[in-house]
Write a protein that binds this ligand. Structure first.
Ligand SMILES: Cc1ncc(COP(=O)(O)OP(=O)(O)O)c(N)n1
Ligand SMILES: Cc1nc(C(=O)O)sc1CCOP(=O)(O)O
Ligand SMILES: [Mg+2]
Length: 212
């Protein structure tokens, strides 16, 4: 069972990334996706090794954005691949069945393809406009999630779906009502001055209907 909250890291330097990731871990986040764009291979590797070490210390899941070979090299828990990254089918062949592979989707058809190709979870977005990522796919809004999740239900499709893109605390309840599994957030956690309180609030909402 996956955690319902994934933190997507931010920062243009190794130091800034490590600071943000450590803060998220300290505040109780237990799933980190390292997203470090347009950096040298040397720096990306150095950061990945340090994040792997940190996540082991905090018993947090650690996946790498985009770079399957890096994920393999440092034995991360998995990788997140977008629609223009390495094909999920190929990634599955390389990583085997024990690693997590997430795939980005913007439509019901994307989800069908990812399932066919062996994805473990879906990052469905964007929910709304966000500065965190350039070249966004069409914005889904609540109605987009509702339609796609209804289609999944009708077609008996079950795979954990994480909403992503500009999500704030007040979006969590309505998003969960559409049938998503969890959320992936970056700016919300990075920019918060009260991270522990925020993560507690998010988890309360995300796990509200789970009976232990
Ligand atoms: C959980 C999750 N969902 C979607 C994305 C976006 O991936 P991608 O489309 O490859 O865009 P970049 O993050 O690489 O800019 C994600 N990273 N995580
Ligand atoms: C990395 C990413 N992927 C998206 C997609 O729609 O595929 S939106 C996004 C940015 C998520 O960061 P924030 O929580 O700061 O908006
Ligand atoms: Mg990508």
């Amino acid at each position: 069972m996956y955690n319902k909250l994934q933190y997507i890291s931010q920062g243009n330097t190794i130091e800034k990334q490590l600071y943000n990731i450590q803060q998220a871990l300290d505040a109780g986040c237990d799933w980190i996706q390292m997203r470090f764009k347009n950096q040298s291979a040397k720096d990306t590797f150095a950061l990945a090794e340090a994040v792997k070490f940190l996540c082991e210390e905090y018993l947090a899941n650690f996946i790498v954005n985009d770079d399957l070979h890096l994920a393999e090299l440092i034995s991360a828990d998995g990788v997140h691949l977008g629609l223009t990254d390495m094909k999920i089918e190929e990634a599955r062949t390389i990583l085997g069945n024990t690693k997590i592979i997430g795939g980005t989707a913007n439509t019901f058809e994307d989800i069908q393809n990812h399932i066919k190709n062996g994805a473990d979870y879906i990052g469905l977005g964007p929910f709304r406009f966000t500065d965190t990522k350039g070249k966004l796919s069409p914005i889904l809004g609540l109605s987009g999630y509702f339609e796609i999740l209804q289609k999944m239900k009708k077609n008996n499709i079950t795979i954990p779906v994480f909403a992503i893109g500009g999500i704030t605390v007040k979006d969590v309840n309505p998003l969960m009502e559409t049938g998503i599994y969890g959320i992936a957030v970056s700016g919300l956690i990075t920019e918060s001055d009260e991270k522990e309180k925020l993560i507690q609030q998010l988890n309360e909402k995300l796990y509200a209907n789970i009976i232990v």
